[in-house]
Design a protein. Structure first.
Lengths: 434, 151
């Protein structure tokens, strides 16, 4: 839907590939044409690379925009596009593979002189124990093929390491088809800060500032904002420069995000991973820079290169985004599919709502529970929080459970308002109870 | 600010592409009311009421999908792809109208990126109608043909 809007503004005709469950959705009605690619289950529709490329060719589409879900980071789609004469609006298949394999991404980061979390790839249990002694507990066991918090286990005592390693490798093998795992230092008071970059594919890269996504629950982001509050100017500049160096090393093409863990206690930062796609939280960057990131993605894919130089990127004010999910915070945030009997979204100065949900919409149980993103932009952070709280108060969702009230609680909390949070903030908020 | 003919055309285009059935707009004293399919009863299902805004020649050439035999059952496409009625170009089609089919009878091929998937009738009966042209893109669930069931 977000992409269709930019295409319309650019005068590009759109063909939406939708599953049978999404045929009467708002995006399906907005697109110039919608083709039904399969039944509701993603494995038979949205994950079918061949079907999607076939549909693109049969409808004479020039390019495929993969959005930020299902296939956006599957090298197979990019590769099939490359061999079928369809433009993939995103990075090359090789770049997706380079950043999708965490060990390779880590090696690329080191080669680009970007600091990485102290850690090590592990083969045998003995190797792992030796490495773990150097890194020190607590540490994380991560799946090489994982991401977004999946395939991660925390080890507080080295005595637990062998058992956790075995479990993590078995789970990783089952979930990602790749049983390799590695170790990383666990940063207790860390912040998740990521830098938006755009690359032309020939080594020219610019950044569009950073986003702080520390407000997350079990590694699922809830609130994102830019600029990251309370970062020292030197640290901020170092983050931006590191992200650009990393993307330059890959000759990255398109829009991407380089994620860092900022260690509050040590005032340092480490490379986490790169997301080779447009991200859910991209609107906050658009709000403060005035750049339409999807339009830039399309421009780069069409071979126009980077139309903006680093000097063209100026940021104004602060923007904060809340994700509104169909889930019940009282039941451990269990997804709550169903029919939305009433949906009223806020409007007003500095408010943007990205949503596909209108009154009567059905939320199928097969997909992500994200219903909307509400973004507030104001000259300063206090103003943005005030606008966002008012916007949440003006939002009505009935028929399905939502995290609306919980998000209002996040924004009202002292820790959030002070901007002094870290990735443990939401857990602490939940532990304090309602 | 005043509305030009081009503005009105643009508004009509947007309404046509949107999911709305009705638009009432007032700008500086100029009122515009647009209603989709005004003659049709308002209880019609919105999806069916949408105009076919399709310009693709392959789809435009598709025969109308109106059932001529109310007793015949639709045979839906099991997946999206290019539909072929014959095993190879120039060969006789798998089935014609009037053909007797059983569950396992092959009625066509759906090609997805050079991979040929056979389509079987899945029921016993007589083909009463073939709705898709050879070589056309078919979507998942689209009716390929109609079969009057027997037995």
């Amino acid at each position: 839907m977000r992409i269709i809007r930019t295409c319309r503004a650019l005068g590009i005709e759109t063909v939406l590939a939708a599953s049978a469950a999404d045929l009467d959705s708002v995006p399906a009605r907005l697109a110039d044409r919608t083709v039904c690619i399969g039944p509701a289950r993603p494995a038979e529709s949205y994950l079918k690379v061949e079907t999607i490329v076939h549909a693109a060719r049969a409808t004479h589409s020039e390019g495929i925009h993969p959005g930020y879900g299902f296939l956006s980071e599957r090298a197979a789609l990019a590769r099939l596009c490359e061999s079928s004469g369809v433009v993939f609006i995103g990075p090359t298949a090789a770049q997706i593979e380079a950043v999708g394999d965490k060990l390779r991404a880590r090696a690329e980061a080191e080669a680009a002189r970007v600091p990485v979390v102290p850690g090590a790839a592990v083969g045998s249990t003995d190797e792992a124990l030796a490495a773990a002694r150097t890194i020190g507990a607590p540490l994380l066991v991560k799946a090489v093929g994982g991401g977004g918090g999946r395939g991660m286990k925390r080890v507080d005592s080295l005595n637990d390491l062998p058992a956790t390693l075995e479990l993590a490798a078995a789970e990783a093998g089952a979930a990602f088809g790749d049983a390799r795992v590695y170790l990383e230092r666990y940063v207790a008071r860390g912040r998740h800060v990521e830098v938006q970059v755009l690359g032309d594919g020939t080594g020219n890269v610019i950044h569009l500032g950073e986003r702080d996504c520390s407000t997350q629950r079990r590694y699922q982001k809830l609130v994102e904002e830019t600029p990251a509050p309370g970062l020292a100017p030197a640290l901020r500049a170092a983050l931006h420069a590191a992200a650009v160096r990393f993307a330059q090393r890959l000759c990255y093409r398109g829009a991407g995000t380089v994620e860092f863990l900022v260690d509050k206690e040590r005032d340092s930062f480490y490379f986490l991973e790169m997301n080779a796609r447009i991200q859910v939280e991209h609107p906050v960057t658009e709000a403060v820079t005035g750049v339409d990131l999807v339009a830039e993605q399309i421009g780069i894919a069409r071979g126009a290169g980077l139309r903006l130089s680093q000097a063209d990127i100026r940021t104004a004010g602060c923007a904060i985004e809340c994700r509104i999910n169909a889930e019940d915070p009282a039941l451990d945030f269990r997804p709550s599919p169903g029919q939305v009997t009433e949906a009223r979204w806020p409007e007003g100065d500095g408010i943007r709502v990205d949503t596909h949900i209108a009154t009567g919409a059905r939320i199928p149980p097969y997909y992500d529970s994200l219903m909307a993103k509400i973004i507030a932009h104001a000259p300063d952070r206090t103003g943005a929080i005030t606008r966002l709280r008012a916007a949440l108060a003006a939002t009505r969702i009935r028929g399905v459970d939502s995290n609306l009230a919980f998000q209002a609680r996040v924004l009202a909390s002292e820790e959030f308002q002070a901007g002094a949070f870290d990735t443990g903030f939401v857990t602490r908020l939940l532990e304090r109870g309602a | 600010m005043s509305l030009t003919a081009a503005d009105v055309a643009e508004i009509m285009r947007l309404v046509e592409q949107s999911g709305f059935d009705e638009l009432n707009l007032e700008i500086d004293g100029t009122k515009i009311s647009l209603r989709r399919g005004a003659a049709a009863p308002s209880s019609a299902t919105p999806a069916a009421a949408l105009p076919a805004a399709v310009t693709d020649p392959a789809t435009a050439a598709r025969p109308p999908q109106t059932p001529t035999d109310p007793n015949a059952e639709a045979l839906p496409a099991p997946l999206l792809g290019t539909f072929y009625r014959a095993p190879k170009p120039g060969a006789p089609p798998f089935v014609e109208v009037g053909a007797q089919v059983s569950e396992d009878t092959i009625v066509g091929i759906i090609e997805v990126m050079k991979l040929m998937n056979t389509v079987r009738a899945g029921m016993r009966g007589t083909v009463t109608e073939i709705l898709v042209l050879d070589g056309a893109l078919v979507e998942f669930g689209e009716t390929l043909m109609r079969v009057r069931k027997s037995g």
